[in-house]
Design a protein. Structure first.
Length: 128
């Protein structure tokens, strides 16, 4: 006897999830030890802002901690560069940063990684 057709569809193929992200409180503390990366900004508090551009992280996924840069957070009279990064969009924010500073965000990230106390681990993770 033949079986009747099924009532439900075949299960959808799940998207491939990226490997776990690299995390380091030591590197984030190192990043927060600098002034805000925005040229001329001396505001505090400093937050470790994760940069998604070029990270391979999708929506609702935080990039690796080695992709964090120091940006000022909100204070009494200023929204903060970290919040501006989210409000105007990363591409616009980092393009404006490049014009103001003369370097790309990738150059800033590279400089922070090279000086980090976790630079060896970062190199290993980045080189696969």
């Amino acid at each position: 006897m033949a079986l009747p057709p099924r009532k439900f569809k075949e299960p959808a193929v799940k998207k491939v999830r990226r490997e776990g992200r690299w995390k380091s409180q030591a590197h984030l503390s190192f990043v927060r030890s600098f002034h805000c990366a925005w040229p001329g900004c001396q505001r505090a508090p400093i937050e470790a802002a994760h940069v998604r551009n070029g990270s391979g992280a999708g929506m609702s996924q935080k990039p690796d901690d080695w992709r964090a840069v120091p940006l000022c957070g909100r204070d009494l009279d200023f929204i903060g560069h970290h919040q501006q990064q989210h409000q105007i969009g990363e591409q616009s924010f980092w393009r404006a940063y490049q014009v103001a500073s003369g370097q790309t965000i990738d150059q800033l990230i590279e400089s922070l990684c090279d000086a980090s106390p976790r630079r060896q681990q970062i190199r290993e993770v980045r080189n696969g």
